[in-house]
Ligand binder design. Structure first.
Ligand SMILES: [Zn+2]
Length: 213
């Protein structure tokens, strides 16, 4: 499985394309594609690699992570998943989009609730979902136990954690999600692909992250 990272929109979100190069299928995680050149880049990449995009998965409902939902659905024809606890963030988006520098004509698309019952098969790989609230009530992590990869959204970053001052956020809950949900399910050797910034590992964060020591 390959990971291609696109750093997009003015919040520098990591939008990930996670794909099987041989079987030519993949998923898009957190499509933050907003500017035209960002949309062209992912489109061209997927055309060049001849990939089918099976699903579009949002780690949580903040606009910088979901703003490209409708574009990706339209162009790649895939269904969009977001945990139901975060649908309110999408539903209120037109009230606050402009404040955050986004011009939107309509709400970003969502098709299905994303929860711990969902499993996504990409190539020979299975991706499971952990509900890890705290940054927002519906935040999730995507886990590949085969690759030992974590897509953490804004739960945890290299040397930091997600902010907890936005609607539905909680410091105690985010710390619990990291220590008692994520780290209990994923060993030290797992790599973390966060929603912003460079990738890290469970071990590195256990040893260096001031919020967790
Ligand atoms: Zn966020």
């Amino acid at each position: 499985m390959q990971v291609k990272t696109f750093v997009v929109n003015h919040y520098e979100v990591n939008s990930y394309l996670y794909y099987d190069e041989d079987l030519k299928e993949g998923i898009i995680i957190d499509p933050g594609f907003y500017f035209d050149d960002e949309k062209e880049k992912i489109f061209q990449y997927i055309v060049d690699k001849k990939l089918t995009i099976k699903n579009i998965i949002n780690t949580h409902g903040h606009l910088d992570h979901i703003v490209g939902n409708s574009y990706c659905k339209k162009v790649f024809g895939s269904s969009i998943y977001l945990n139901k606890n975060d649908w309110f963030l999408r539903d209120n988006v037109l009230d606050y989009a402009e404040t955050f520098g986004f011009q939107l004509k309509a709400l970003p698309d969502i098709d299905y609730d994303l929860n711990q019952n969902n499993k996504f098969i990409i190539g020979n790989n299975e991706i499971i979902i952990l509900h890890t609230p705290g940054h927002s009530p519906g935040s999730v992590c995507l886990i590949s136990h085969k690759d030992k990869f974590i897509f953490s959204g804004d739960l945890i970053f290299k040397n930091s954690i997600g902010r907890t001052d936005l609607p539905g956020g909680s410091f105690d809950i985010i710390i619990n999600s990291i220590k008692n949900i994520l780290f209990k399910n994923c060993g030290d050797e797992y790599l973390i692909f966060p929603g912003h910034g460079e990738k890290t590992s469970v071990l590195f964060e256990k040893e260096n992250n001031q919020f967790l020591i």
